[in-house]
Design a protein around this ligand. Structure first.
Ligand SMILES: [Cu+2]
Length: 202
């Protein structure tokens, strides 16, 4: 009887330590990802990072969404000017916060929900004063990671979210010396990228 109790106890301890090892391993794995680096930032730091995407005159009155412990975005700060800032777009090591108006927020939520097309009914404006990144395959800018695609950095810019077409507008579909291009050309999520530093808009 005593022996079997002991055996059960040993098995229980083994189980528990194994479980804590698994949890520890998962934590280490998560830390390796940039997404979780931003997510593991304090709410205060996430808000500061998010607000650095737009000039102070916009950031001052903008709402902020931050990542909660579950990895989902939640309100970090309410706003009054219709703009919402998030601490990261691509969740890569380089900071890429974005401040967006209501139309882009709708566009962004549709993209995150894998909706076939964005539902905003008016062009939206978004600011990325810290710059950002995109996936590029050959000379093509692609929406997602795919075989052969690499991350290319973007300088500080602002965007107009509206389905412009390179063919109709004659604007190039990839970054070029002019500083303007149609990103995600040929998809419902096409939009105009303008390589101008929002911090210089006074
Ligand atoms: Cu873009």
């Amino acid at each position: 009887m005593m022996k079997s109790i002991m055996r059960t106890a040993v098995a229980l301890v083994l189980c528990l330590s194994l479980a804590s090892l698994v949890v520890a391993a998962e934590k280490t794995q998560k830390k390796g990802k940039a997404q979780n680096d931003v997510q593991s930032m304090s709410q205060e730091k996430q808000i500061k990072l998010a607000l650095s995407a737009a000039p102070p005159r916009i950031a001052k009155h903008a709402a902020v969404l931050v990542f909660g412990e579950d990895g989902k975005l939640k309100e970090g700060k309410p706003g009054t000017n219709g703009f919402t800032c998030i601490p990261t777009v691509m969740n890569l090591p380089d900071p890429d916060p974005m401040c967006m108006d209501a139309a882009v927020k709708q566009w962004w939520e549709d993209l995150m929900a894998n909706a076939p097309k964005p539902s905003n009914t008016a062009p939206g404006i978004a600011y990325m004063a810290r710059g950002g990144s995109h996936w590029e395959n050959g000379k093509r800018v692609v929406m997602k990671e795919e075989p052969g695609a690499k991350i290319v950095k973007e300088p500080p810019h602002w965007m107009i979210m509206w389905p412009f077409e390179a063919k109709m507008s004659m604007i190039p579909s990839a970054p070029n010396p002019s500083g303007v291009y149609v990103m995600f050309d040929g998809t419902p999520y096409a939009h105009l990228m303008v390589y101008q530093d929002p911090m210089k808009m006074k």
